[in-house]
Design a protein around this ligand. Structure first.
Ligand code: AMP
Ligand code: ZN
Length: 461
């Protein structure tokens, strides 16, 4: 089997070859945690969750090492802290937890590694020191800057040339920088900034720039060269371009072998974004729709294409899922069948073609209905196996048909995902007693947690 993915850097689909099939590494830029995520923010976690599931299937569950960071230091967080008077940590812990609960409700598997930026300031400083030593960076009055002119192939990911920037003359001339496109590796603390936003460094007190966070955390947890780096298309420039500059100049190695970017989720014909004010929060949507409906709607478009988020899209997703769960109900008792359908798998191997994968899922549901109409128990068992297998790849059909009909009540997996996440948090906090308690509670309900290097998943036994 061959997986093809569209590599933004190469501007074409390429066959995926991991450096080491026993250790496939993925890094996806995670949220800045200071308020609720909107459904546009949920596109990257869902899309890259589908990719992760595919890679786990091909290379083995433990072979996929997936890191998604938490940005817990950033201008907007500081602003929120100053405005509310709450310590930064109170804000970031609260919203990271909400983000994880929201994404868990969308059947996004918890990342195997969730590095927090503020836990890695030491690694960031080391990296900046290396860049200064190698003369890729210099110290100004406002901070430490990366010199874009010091890197001959700066701009290779986005295809932007430095002259383009200057010709546009959008970037204001800044006396502290050698070039207007130079970006901050370290920002010196300004008068009146809260103490919990300030760290010591060899150059002066302050905080790291946003881009260096990801470079330092990806290198620490996954290695200097990672297989796949992902995020939303708005991150291609400048964030990912700058990650490449920092990592490749510091390490002398390629940062990522494949770059993947999801397109925008639009609403009312424009990118959903806080600044435009056209956002709907995942948290709010989940009150009205089951997480699988939102996930199905998200996957109904190809990840690289823009997707228009409308009420109709959600209604359509709900109707289709009802039909598929209805078919599953009819074959539910026909256990023991063997999977013989590759439609969803093949579609996903072709650059995550989820619209085609969902079409295959509907086709299999049709086959289940046909088998049930005929009373062909063998065909029913096969259709059941195929439906559940396809569902697992897409992160759908995780409820029993009965629970779905009941509106995904307490027997549904939101609660289980929440408990699995609570156990991950307990383990991270080294609260082994609590982690074991949750495992035992779930085991008593017939849920087995599977821990692997790639994270924790669960199944009904
Ligand atoms: P932000 O909170 O803006 O830093 O975004 C967090 C993540 O969500 C980034 O990976 C963005 O690329 C992604 N993102 C933000 N808005 C959208 C949108 N409307 N559609 C798709 N992805 C988005
Ligand atoms: Zn990043």
């Amino acid at each position: 089997m061959t997986i093809r993915i569209y590599d933004t850097a190469a501007r074409k689909k390429r066959v995926f070859h991991p450096q080491d099939p026993a250790r496939v590494t993925m890094y996806v830029c995670g949220p800045t945690v200071y308020n609720y995520a909107h459904i546009g923010n949920a596109r990257p976690p869902i899309v890259f969750d589908v990719l992760r599931r595919l890679l786990m299937r091909v290379y083995g569950e433990d072979a996929v090492i997936y890191a998604r960071n938490i940005t817990d230091i950033e201008d907007k967080i500081i602003k929120a802290s100053v405005e509310t008077g709450e310590p930064i940590e109170t804000i970031t812990k609260k919203f990271a937890q909400i983000y994880n609960a929201d994404t868990a409700a969308l059947n996004v598997l918890a990342p195997g590694i969730e590095p927090w930026a503020t836990d890695h300031v030491g690694e960031m400083i080391e990296m900046i020191e290396k860049l200064v030593r190698k003369r890729y960076a210099y110290v100004g009055k406002e901070g430490v800057w990366f010199s874009v002119n010091s890197m001959p192939d700066y701009g290779k990911l986005s295809g932007r040339k430095l002259e383009d920037n200057e010709a546009g003359a959008r970037v204001a001339v800044d006396e502290d920088k050698l070039d207007p496109a130079d970006f901050a590796l370290w920002k010196f603390a300004k008068e009146g900034e809260p103490e919990d936003a300030i760290w010591d460094s060899p150059w002066g007190r302050g905080r790291p720039g946003w881009h260096i966070e990801c470079s330092a955390m990806a290198a620490k947890h996954l290695g200097k060269t990672i297989d796949i780096h992902g995020g939303g298309i708005d991150l291609q420039f400048p964030h990912h371009e700058n990650e490449i500059a920092q990592s490749e100049c510091a390490h002398g190695e390629i940062m990522a072998n494949y770059w993947m970017h999801n397109g925008f989720l639009d609403m009312g014909g424009e990118k959903m974004s806080k600044s435009l004010g056209n956002v709907v929060l995942v948290h709010e949507l989940l009150k009205q729709w089951h997480g699988e409906v939102l996930r199905f709607a998200m996957l109904s478009g190809h990840y690289r294409a823009p997707l228009d988020w409308t009420e109709d899209l959600l209604k359509q997703a709900k109707t289709t899922l009802d039909r598929i769960y209805g078919a599953l109900r009819r074959v539910w008792d026909a256990e023991g069948g063997e999977v013989d359908d590759r439609g969803v798998f093949d579609a996903l191997c072709d650059d995550l073609n989820t619209p085609e994968a969902l079409a295959s899922l509907s086709r299999i549901a049709g086959e289940a209905n046909m088998a049930a109409d005929k009373g062909d128990t063998d065909a029913m068992a096969t259709a059941r196996a195929n439906l559940l297998d396809a569902g697992e790849m897409l992160g759908l059909l995780t409820l029993t048909p009965k629970a779905w009909e009941q509106g995904g009540d307490d027997d549904g997996n939101d609660r289980i995902n929440g408990l699995v996440q609570a156990r991950i948090d307990a383990r991270a906090a080294k609260d082994w007693a609590e982690a074991d308690r949750i495992r035992d509670q779930l085991a008593a309900e017939g849920i087995e947690i599977m821990d692997g290097a790639g994270g924790s998943t669960w199944r009904r036994i």
